[in-house]
Ligand binder design. Structure first.
Ligand code: URA
Length: 207
């Protein structure tokens, strides 16, 4: 099996879909490779594309806050995305972020699935609907089904769940209350506690 370093070295040269054309960086992922919990977001935005790091823009700041409040903090988890290059609509002459297409998502599974197989987390937390639709079920309904533990599907984890995306929460906050922030914190807490319990029960896969 390839190491994460080898996989990253291959991924940064990927030309498997059209997103390669306009990217600045392939945003492979970062964090504790031995963590029992992996967070899988949607895909890089402007800041992430510029820096090559996942969740460093406005959504990332909110996610960091929620991770700290929920317990583990950013340092204790591994963070990556459904697609590793920025998906944007260029029809207005400048890039507007958009969700990845099914084709782009499928093309990027050649990196995401091996990445998860190398890390072998106990739990995967999907951040937002595109990630949940990719890893849990095509017709996953994020607002109804978030926070519920699912069997691991095709992933190497022991359980998988989904939560609201921070960018959705930032938009909702302008409309009412905390916009779902407390649900994000609760879901991270559940994911982390489940991951710790499973690691205790089954032991680490890593030497
Ligand atoms: N949104 C995501 O889904 N991923 C990132 O890395 C940044 C914003």
């Amino acid at each position: 099996m390839r190491t994460l370093v080898e996989l990253r070295a291959q991924a940064i040269n990927c030309q498997a879909c059209g997103l390669a054309e306009k990217r600045t960086h392939v945003v492979f992922g970062e964090g504790d490779q031995l963590s029992p919990l992996v967070l899988v977001g949607e895909g890089p935005g402007e800041e992430e594309d510029k820096s090559g790091r996942p969740f460093v823009g406005r959504s990332g700041k909110l996610l960091d806050e929620a991770l700290a409040e929920a317990g583990p903090g950013r340092d204790k988890v591994y963070i990556c995305n459904t697609v590793k290059c920025r998906a944007a609509d260029w029809s207005r002459g400048k890039p507007d972020n958009r969700p990845p297409t099914e084709e782009e998502t499928l093309a990027c599974r050649q990196w995401l699935i091996p990445q998860l197989e190398i890390i072998k987390p106990m739990v995967i937390l999907c951040i937002g609907a595109p990630s949940a639709k990719n890893l849990i079920r095509k017709n996953f309904a994020i607002t109804k089904e978030r926070g519920i533990l699912n069997p691991p599907g095709e992933t190497p984890a022991r359980a998988i769940l989904a939560t609201l995306h921070p960018s959705y929460i930032l938009r909702q906050r302008n409309i009412s209350g905390d916009g779902g922030y407390s649900l994000l914190v609760a879901d991270i807490q559940k994911a982390w506690e489940t991951a710790m319990k499973l690691r205790e029960k089954f032991g680490s896969h890593h030497p």
